[in-house]
Unconditional design. Sequence first.
Length: 468
Amino acid sequence: MFQCTKSLSRVFLLLLIFKTSHGQYSPGSTFTEDDATNPSDVESRDVGTELQYKYHDHEEMTRYLRAVSARYPALTALYSIGKSVQGRDLWVMVVSASPYEHMIGKPDVKYVANIHGNEAVGREMLLHLIQYLVTSYETDSYIKWLLDNTRIHLMPSMNPDGFLISREGQCDTIHGRHNARRYDLNRNFPDFFKRNTKQPQPETEAVKEWISKIQFVLSGSLHGGALVASYPYDNTPSAIFQSYAHSPSVSPDDDVFQHLARVYSSNHDKMSRGVSCKSGSPKFDNGITNGAAWYPLTGGMQDYNYLWHGCMEITLEISCCKYPLAHELPKYWQDNKQALIKYLAEAHRGAHGFVMDEHGNPVEKASIKVKGREVTFHTTKYGEFWRILLPGTYRLEVGADGYLPQEVEFFVIDSHPTLLNVTLHSAKRIDGGGPYYRPAPRPPPPPAPGLFSTFTNSINSFVSNIFG
Ligand SMILES: *[C@@H]1O[C@H](CO)[C@@H](O)[C@H](O)[C@H]1NC(C)=O
Ligand SMILES: [Zn+2]
């Protein structure tokens, strides 16, 4: 048993190293022999179908994650994106039918919890989500579809140091909110609207590097202290009296963000009722709010995800009490389970596809803009892009250095994602340094109008139900 597990963990390390050599983001770089699963962990109590409703401290959480990754090697991969100020690993568990490798053309999504160390419910919810996903794959056709078509990255704690000093039962204090250097990590990201002068913290730097290496399509950041799904922007360009403004700071994808927030709140057992947590605290219509309309903040994670990396992130406030007693955890899991799952499936809404050159090679870092939505997304190294959109007709503007810009009209329907392949033609400078670019000779025109837009037929009949 000992030998067997030991060699398994070697294989695991080799896999991670193998991935590095192929240039994909490899969390393996932070792995050492020490971190590999050891046999006593595998036999820990939390293994298997049992995950207790209790708060897991960092060591217990680590043991649980390792045990799950040992028990479900085909569905999970555990990696650390870096360490906290005090040296605790920032664990991420991937749950997917392809845990070690990005599935080309299929979205990566994530949840990050416990960014505020004393907001503890999300941390346990993600452990329960892991447990639920791995134990439902064989029996639940919807979960199987989701894991076959999505890579789900779950970070139960972005602030393990803050969690350590937080206390169960404390609903409203800020003790434990910050990292070990007393920085609020959700004020520590670069900001589009205001200069963020806060010194970048290791936890934030690790997340920034992580999301620069994996193109996440959709994300949720789990918090506590309110019951609402809050969407970008969190910050606002208006300078004066900003914290009293209470006016929305509207992004070009406001319709999409409102929809995403509603998917969470309406699949949550209570959130969409919009009841205030206690007298004097705000009520939220349908359980959703624009971030800045609630209160503006600088350096938040969700605006950064969207504006820097084209990742649609919203902030999920899932408990009125920041750190409720453990015996309430079953109730929180029941409240959030459906919402956590349905929200992630939204990564399959809208349009996605590939940008290629005339020879069919992927074009990396091509700019992807939906006309009228002045935020630029970019293609991955495989030429992939995703754009979550509600039903309608759109124009896509695609550009890349050395290519002629291209516009493609397409439409999005409710029940299926639209697959949209775009071919770019190289622009060759032919008049000796003048300011003009002329097209290279064009290949014969494509047979049908609408260029290469077409509906994907690769997804089975579940897809019509995925947004249910
Ligand atoms: C779109 O491009 C991808 C990647 O090259 C390819 O696998 C897929 O078959 C293409 N689909 C269509 C409908 O052209
Ligand atoms: Zn918070």
